[in-house]
Design a protein around this ligand. Sequence first.
Ligand code: MLT
Length: 201
Amino acid sequence: MKHIFKKYGDDAKTTLLLLHGTGGTEEDLLPLAAKIDPKANVLSVRGNVLENGMPRFFKRLAEGVFDEADLQLRTKELYDFIREAAANYDFDGENVVAIGYSNGANIAASLLFHYQNALRGAILHHPMVPKRDMELPDLNGKEIFISAGKNDPICPVSESEELQSLLTGAGANVQMCWLDHGHQLTMQEVESAAKWYKDHI
Ligand code: MLT
């Protein structure tokens, strides 16, 4: 997968996995990584799917309606890519924390739904429920931060609450950050995520 890898040094324990929103690239979230943990390695990936020229991490049938078969395939592709990158770049594959926005947060949530050891934790900015009616792996010990807009036209409050309850039900420790606006990524939630990261990771 097209990506950027930045090694902090031999002391870095954590690798931040950056996953952009629809129409973004692997450059977009680099400033967030610097704000969250300037001492972490960074693996920033570009989604392999193109929707009218816009990179995404999996196909969708309509806004908010995911192509489940493609989501499953792309989740595995990303999972395998992270494992390969850990071997090639020599970082700890058991200590990867995702930072995803929108479509990138959705594939990060899908990694958590499908693979017990994909992520140690995740910062999910404006995620949705990636898949319903499935059994989640044991997520005990996983630290997850979710920011959600109370007026998000793409992801209603009830869906953010559903995601919180699915992850908590699987054992994850989830912190919600509710915002008074919509789907856009704001400085306010990045600062809350940075504070959460210091306390939990
Ligand atoms: C998605 O398709 O992943 C969500 O609708 C968010 C988006 O990318 O707009």
